[in-house]
Design a protein around this ligand. Structure first.
Ligand code: FE2
Length: 291
């Protein structure tokens, strides 16, 4: 079980200020000093940061960072990846400083998504202050979950389960393909892999608030700040989370939820036939409506 949780997400963005409004004023994450220039870092718990945005010409996922136990597990994982023929880069001091961790390796998943494994977050001891949100559900469950697109979902499934140690919670047929929800701790799913043509990319990120009111208040903030809704409030059939989705400035989705299932151990997998018991009505991005 090398991977323990989703630790951090680093994004390349074209407008840091737009993200300050999105991450700070809408999502309610706590801005924290950035260790590198042209970047903004955000906290939601004891981690030095969970989300970071870096100014870049082309938007996209810079790194999805998964936590392992310690340096020994990181070395074992690097060996296992190399045995599979995966190119593994050891993070140097500069990269560790940027990610605020003690050690890391970076590699690509079969879809080409930039993945990292790390140990030893370098903690800040400044008191957490998130006045807009009563709190976020993290701890052993990590930052939240992410869904990434991969062209060959079978190859990605094999990679994430056999090499990285995730296990399948459930699947769902979409068209000719199959979407898989994978777990590495008691959070129902930490990673989703979705078959889509083309290079791998980020589809959505989920953060979980501690109360239903946190979700409702965030819906009010989205409306006030003009953050476009992607899916209305709804309840998922797989993790039973009550959530809504908005479009990020880069137009991948961000889900804010509450009340996700905790599943302490492996259980039988199952298939779902629709995403939500109720709600989660989809709205195209605003560009589609005006264009
Ligand atoms: Fe989700």
């Amino acid at each position: 079980m090398p991977i323990r949780s989703l630790g951090y997400i680093h994004l390349d963005v074209t407008d840091l200020a737009e993200w300050e409004v999105f991450a700070g004023e809408f999502l309610g994450l706590m801005p924290t000093p950035a260790p590198v220039d042209d970047s903004r870092y955000y906290r939601i718990d004891h981690f030095p940061s969970r989300l970071a945005t870096h100014l870049a010409g082309t938007p996209g996922l810079r790194a999805l960072g998964f936590e392992v136990l310690d340096r020994g597990e990181l070395a074992e994982l690097a060996d296992a990846l190399r045995a599979e023929g995966v190119a593994v880069i050891e993070g140097d001091d500069a990269l560790c400083t940027q990610r605020q961790v003690t050690g890391l390796i970076s590699f690509r998943d079969p879809g080409g998504n930039p993945i990292e494994a790390f140990y030893g977050p370098v903690l800040t001891h400044v008191r957490l202050d998130t006045p807009l949100v009563s709190g976020f559900v993290t701890g052993a469950q990590g930052f939240g979950h992410a869904i990434v697109a991969v062209e060959d979902v079978s190859a990605a499934y094999d990679f994430y389960t056999r090499v990285l140690g995730f296990w399948e919670r459930n699947n769902m047929r979409i068209g000719d393909g199959e979407l898989f929800f994978l777990a590495c701790n008691e959070r129902h799913h930490t990673l989703g892999i979705m078959p889509m043509p083309g290079p791998g990319r980020l589809v959505h990120v989920m953060v979980e608030a501690q109360t239903l009111d946190d979700v409702g208040l965030a819906i009010d903030r989205a409306e006030r700040l003009g953050v476009p809704m992607q899916q209305t409030l709804g309840r998922h059939t797989n993790d039973h989370m009550v959530s809504f989705y908005v479009y990020s400035p880069e137009r991948y989705a961000v889900e804010l939820g509450w009340g996700g299932l905790r599943i302490p151990q492996h259980g039988p997998t199952y298939a779902i036939t629709q995403g939500a018991f109720w709600g989660h009505k989809f709205t195209p991005p605003p560009e589609a409506a005006t264009g």
